[in-house]
Design a protein around this ligand. Structure first.
Ligand code: ATP
Ligand code: MG
Length: 452
């Protein structure tokens, strides 16, 4: 980014907050980079006599010459005052009331400055025993608002009144040094909201920044606090972490900081020192291919990713059920799917429509080996065939052997003409009775794998 120097320095009563103002000549944000809708909202608020700032990720990404996902606005107008100014305004949120200004599908989020929860006599802010913020509806000044934000690089405000940037916590310096730094005392801030640990990792991976030492230190130990976070929030967060284009790197960082283990306990049980288990190979494969698909602008399906992450925990569980309860393979997989998914949704609330797809993909794995007669043709017509086949191909890469052969067979079959397909199916016919329904699928031998 362009050179930016201090121009003004004011003092403030809060230790961590040390405002520096950069005039319009001292930074490289231009109004051309800001969406018309965001500008409209900023100008209308300001025109009505309120302070209006672009804030958070929008400012950060503009300074980094990136393209902000969205433009968030902060103001001293209350939600009710905002609503009076905009016909297309909806007030939302319970934990903190926000205004959404709707421009068709584009939504500009406007938040009233938040205040300090401790400062209020009104009991509208609540904290749990562990120091976690439960409710949080206290309005405040811009200084207080800045102090409540998570990282220094997320606490910069672009003022529409004079196009200056108000940098409250040394964010510009940290941007230049490529550092993720929490505002305030890290342990306290993590206890208030443990999701900040995940956010630190997410921004480090996304921006290719380091996590500043004091910010990084407490994470490993405090990671178990994530168990107290509502699973619905962790579902949203897990998609941002793993499906935003740097999933592979984010997973490795999360794991290093003991965070992945909290979100996926059954997966973590299979982790090895040298990252060599099938689960770990699968994680690398699925996250790498997800990152690639995002880069290529292709659609991604969360169900496919979760199916891959949880596959080996599920098959391991099924194997145990077959041994201990003499279940058939089919029944064991059904039962193990229930067990693993029930366990997983305790930490990450994967919605039902996705768990249904995960089950379908898993069940298809059994069915894909039964190809005789008309079966192969019917399988190809199934809705989830493509996902099931792609999944089989990834398993082939991990398991090699029979699974890899089966994936190759399907690859050839799909691309073959009518005659060739018939020949492929009748070829199976001779040995087909042997490789029938009850055959032990997937003798995923550790030997075969470790010889890779
Ligand atoms: P992204 O590009 O992922 O949207 P962002 O910084 O805009 O990044 P948001 O989740 O959209 O992230 O949040 C907007 C802003 O709200 C942040 O920049 C930060 O200032 C503040 N914020 C969000 N979550 C928290 C949190 N858990 N604790 C403190 N401040 C937060
Ligand atoms: Mg944002």
């Amino acid at each position: 980014m362009n050179k930016i120097e201090k121009s003004q320095h004011t003092h403030n009563t809060y230790d961590d907050i040390d405002l520096q103002v950069y005039g319009r000549e001292e930074h490289n944000i231009s109004r051309k980079q800001i969406s018309d809708n965001a500008l409209k909202v900023l100008y209308r608020l300001n025109g009505a006599g309120f302070d209006a700032f672009l804030v958070g990720g929008g400012v950060r990404d503009l300074l980094l010459d990136g393209h902000p996902k969205d433009f968030d606005i902060a103001t001293n107008a209350t939600p009710e005052e905002i609503k009076k100014l905009f016909r297309n305004c909806r007030l939302i949120g319970r934990r903190f009331r926000l205004a959404h200004i709707m421009f068709g599908r584009d939504i500009i989020e406007v938040a009233t400055f938040r205040g300090h929860h401790q400062d209020t006599e009104k009991n509208i802010s609540q904290q749990s025993k562990e120091g976690m913020l439960l409710r949080d509806n206290v309005y405040g000044t811009i200084d207080e608002d800045a102090e409540r934000r998570d990282f220094s690089i997320n606490a910069m405000y672009y003022n529409i009144a004079d196009y200056s940037i108000h940098d409250y916590a040394g964010g510009i310096e940290d941007l230049n040094d490529k550092l993720i730094r929490l505002i305030g005392d890290p342990e306290t801030r993590y206890r208030e909201d443990p999701v900040r640990m995940l956010r630190a990792i997410r921004f480090a991976a996304k921006l290719d920044f380091d996590i500043e030492e004091d910010t990084a230190d407490p994470i490993e130990q405090l990671a178990p606090l994530l168990r107290d976070i509502p699973s619905a929030r962790l579902f949203e967060e897990s998609l941002k972490l793993l499906q935003s284009g740097q999933g592979l790197e984010t997973y490795h960082l999360m794991r290093e900081y003991n965070l992945f283990q909290q979100l996926f306990p059954t997966v973590a049980q299979q982790f090895t020192e040298d990252y060599s288990s099938p689960t770990e190979e699968m994680l690398d494969l699925v996250l790498d291919s997800t990152d690639l698909r995002i880069e290529e602008g292709k659609r991604i399906n969360p169900a496919f990713m979760f199916a891959a992450i949880l596959w080996y925990p599920m098959t391991e569980c099924a194997k145990q059920l077959m041994e201990t309860r003499q279940l058939s393979e089919y029944d064991a997989i059904m039962e193990a799917s229930n067990i693993i998914l029930d366990e997983q949704v305790k930490s990450i609330a994967i919605p039902r429509r996705h768990t249904a797809t995960i089950r379908e993909i898993w069940q298809l794995q059994q069915r894909l080996s039964r190809r005789t007669g008309k079966r192969a043709y019917r399988l190809m017509e199934l809705n989830k065939f493509r996902a099931g086949y792609d999944f089989l191909e990834m398993r082939g890469e991990v398991e090699k052997g029979e699974t890899e052969e089966l994936a190759k067979w399907w690859n050839t079959f799909q691309n073959a003409g009518r005659n060739m397909r018939q020949a492929m199916v009748s070829d199976l016919g001779s040995s087909g009775s042997k490789s029938g329904y009850r055959r032990r699928r997937n003798p995923r031998s550790k030997k075969a794998k470790s010889s890779q």
